[in-house]
Write a protein that binds this ligand. Structure first.
Ligand code: GDP
Length: 296
């Protein structure tokens, strides 16, 4: 396993303890290690570049206080900067709109979209006492519709009746009608995914979005997405104006660089993280914890 950043910076700054300000040369060597740590944590190269530049600006000339070593000082600067870029603590899903509030779930196939849809429904039901309706718009994969139904039953939340002859937009319309007539507080639309971003997926998702005018558009993305994270987040954001990101598989081995990449690429908040397959494995996002993880 790699040394964590603190250890590596400790070595660089050996012998330079508690005196004066950090100079260009010290900082340049430290930034090489910061850069390496970020790349190992799978942060997109483009984001790494911008981030390292920000850290350089903050670090050069920074007074080293007596109580910490220069290495610790730089780690703190990097950590604070990571937290700043990762954004606010636990931004909740907004339900501040006329009922039924629409939440559109978008993302690639296999990202955990359907699982996350059911997890969010469970959370809204149990923590906020909301009446939630789930609708799968994945007309190409009947199994996906069935999966949402099963998960809905598991968490005790209604799913829209499956009609296999309808288009996604027709299903969305029916879900909205049912949402109103049935007195639901929230309708969550689970859209179809593809294994990669393509024009057809984006066009379909944009069409659905125009139809349902959702209050939230949540991009579900695997936290293990590496260099594609920026492209993925930007593509969805440009076409359907994402309001928040849910990162899944944060329970896995990855070091969570995708969080930084996606947040930096879109400026959109990471609202929740998936930390397992179980229906209650959904947590608020805490930038400090992710920063720790990225730093290793
Ligand atoms: P979709 O194709 O995007 O709808 O993906 P699914 O919701 O079907 O999820 C694909 C697989 O990932 C399933 O086996 C889920 O149980 C699993 N999964 C989803 N979220 C998480 C998570 O946060 N952690 C882990 N470990 N597995 C997850």
């Amino acid at each position: 396993m790699f040394d964590n950043l603190s250890d590596r910076l400790g070595k660089i700054f050996e012998g330079l303890r508690g005196r004066g300000a950090l100079n260009e040369k010290d900082v340049a060597a430290a930034l090489r290690e910061v850069r390496r740590a970020l790349i190992e944590a799978d942060v997109s190269l483009e984001v790494v570049r911008g981030f390292v530049e920000q850290v350089r600006e903050r670090a050069v000339g920074h007074e080293v206080t007596r109580s910490v070593t220069p290495g610790q000082q730089v780690v703190k600067i990097v950590h604070d900067e990571l937290v700043a870029v990762l954004g606010e603590e636990a931004v909740p899903i907004s339900l501040n709109a006329a009922a039924p509030v629409g939440i559109l779930m978008v993302g690639l196939q296999g990202s955990g979209k359907t699982t996350t849809t059911a997890k969010i429904a469970k959370r809204l039901k149990e923590k906020q006492n909301k009446k939630v309706l789930l609708a799968s718009l994945d007309t190409r994969r009947p199994a996906a519709m069935e999966q949402l139904k099963v998960l809905g039953e598991q968490v005790g939340v209604s799913t829209l009746q499956i009609v296999t002859t309808e288009t996604p937009v027709q299903i969305a319309r029916r879900a909205q009608r049912e949402g109103k007539l049935g007195g639901y507080d929230v309708v969550i639309f689970d859209t179809a995914g593809r294994t990669h971003i393509d024009e057809e997926l984006m066009a379909e998702t944009a069409e659905i979005k125009a139809e349902v005018n959702p209050h939230e558009v949540l991009l579900v993305a695997d936290s293990l997405t590496g260099q594609d994270a920026v492209n993925l987040a930007r593509s969805f954001d440009q076409r359907v104006d994402v309001t928040g990101i849910v990162l899944t598989r944060v329970d896995g081995d990855g070091r969570g660089g995708a969080a930084l990449s996606m947040r930096a690429a879109t400026g959109k908040p990471i609202k929740l993280i998936g930390v397992g397959e179980k229906m209650d494995a959904l947590e608020d996002f805490h930038p400090g914890r992710v920063a720790d993880r990225i730093l290793g």
